[in-house]
Design a binder for this molecule. Structure first.
Ligand SMILES: [Zn+2]
Length: 152
C-alpha cells in the first residue's frame, strides 16, 4: 500500500522544511501511523511496519519516528510508566488515556478552545501551544478511536 498523494505531499513538505528528504522508510512509517490511528508504541509500529517491509529494523523505526516528530507531522505522547505513543498530527485535539485498557483516544476540541484556555494566563504570558491530556476511564463500548473523535 502506498501513501495517498496528499499524505506524500505533506510528508515531503514537512521534511524539506527541516532540510530532510523523504525516504522509503520514512514514507512507510508515516503510512503505518496514518493507517491505524490508535496511538501505537514504537514496538507496535515496528511490528506493523515489518509486515510490508520485513527488512526494516527497530532502530530505523525509532529514527523515522524521531524524524517525523521533529518535523511536526507526528506527536509523541508520553505517559508515566508507559512507552511513548505516536499520533499523526491531525490538527488540534486532546488525548484521553484509559487507565483500565491503556488505550489512547483522540478527543476533538472546540474551535475556540485555545482562546478560552489562554484566558487563565496572567497578563504578559503568551502561549504558542496548549496540550490537553486526560487520564481516566473511557466508556467500555467505545470500540474504535474514531468514535471519540466524531462524538463531538
Ligand atoms: Zn491523537
Amino acid at each position: 500500500m502506498e501513501l495517498t498523494t496528499e499524505a506524500k505531499e505533506q510528508l515531503d513538505t514537512a521534511l524539506s522544511v527541516s532540510g530532510l528528504r523523504s525516504t522509503r522508510q520514512r514514507e512507510h512509517i508515516y503510512k503505518v501511523l496514518l493507517t491505524r490511528r490508535d496511538h501505537p508504541s514504537a514496538d507496535e509500529v515496528y511490528a506493523r511496519a515489518k509486515q510490508e517491509m520485513p527488512s526494516i529494523s527497530l532502530a530505523t523505526v525509532y529514527n523515522c519516528l524521531d524524524t517525523l516528530v521533529e518535523c511536526g507531522l507526528v506527536k509523541r505522547l508520553n505517559y508515566e510508566r508507559e512507552s511513548s505513543r505516536y499520533c499523526p498530527n491531525d490538527g488540534d485535539h486532546a488525548h484521553f488515556m484509559d487507565e483500565a485498557t491503556g488505550r489512547v483516544y483522540d478527543i476533538a476540541l472546540p474551535e475556540d478552545f485555545e482562546k478560552v484556555v489562554a484566558k487563565v494566563l496572567p497578563d504578559g504570558f503568551k502561549a504558542n501551544k496548549v496540550k490537553l491530556s486526560f487520564t481516566g476511564y473511557a466508556p467500555v463500548d467505545l470500540e474504535s478511536n474514531r468514535v471519540a473523535l466524531s462524538a463531538k
